[in-house]
Design a protein around this ligand. Structure first.
Ligand code: THU
Length: 162
């Protein structure tokens, strides 16, 4: 038997003000994106903003449906929009935030596994790691570099790609 250990790492900041200007601005864009959340069922609003290499910003927010599984998370709305519209403009960073009127969020909301798998595909497609910045209305800001620091056991099968 061999025991393996995998380490993941991220940076924690006390507030948005400690970020560099580009990342700070992207966080504000994620809060803007969240205003277009369609979440009448969960009442949990999530916003995502992607900053592309060209400087362009792409927005996503969670979009729910009365047939619950038909909805989609904010991250995948933004990442699939990128793939459909700007696939040649690499994603540098993605900021994500969430709000709800039901309770106070005091720590960042981390992405679901499906969104992380999609994020992994984008990194693979563009051959470049993406910085993810997570924050909530209260509490710290988390900055995570690259998918290997969020989903080390992502699904990857080389033989399925050409
Ligand atoms: N949600 C996201 O938008 N991103 C995630 O990574 C997890 C959850 C959304 C889906 C649903 O509309 C609401 O949050 C509650 O689960």
């Amino acid at each position: 038997m061999t025991n393996h250990e995998i380490k993941i790492a991220f940076d924690e900041y006390d507030s948005l003000k400690e970020l560099n200007t580009a990342d700070y601005d992207l966080c504000l864009e994620a809060a803007n994106a969240l205003k277009k959340s369609h979440s009448p069922y969960s009442k949990f609003r999530v916003g995502a903003a992607l900053r592309l290499q060209s400087g362009k910003i792409i927005y996503g927010s969670n979009q729910e449906n009365v047939a619950y599984p038909s909805g989609l998370c904010a991250e995948r709305v933004a990442l699939f929009y990128w793939g459909a519209n700007h696939p040649d403009d690499p994603v540098e960073a993605m900021a994500i935030t969430a709000q709800t009127d039901e309770f106070m969020l005091t720590k960042p909301v981390t992405s679901c596994g499906s969104c992380l798998q999609v994020l992994a595909e984008v990194e693979k497609k563009q051959s470049k790691a993406i910085r993810v910045i997570l924050y909530a209305p209260q509490g710290p800001v988390w900055v995570i570099e690259g998918i290997e620091n969020q989903l080390p056991f992502l699904f990857f099968e080389e033989r399925l790609t050409t």
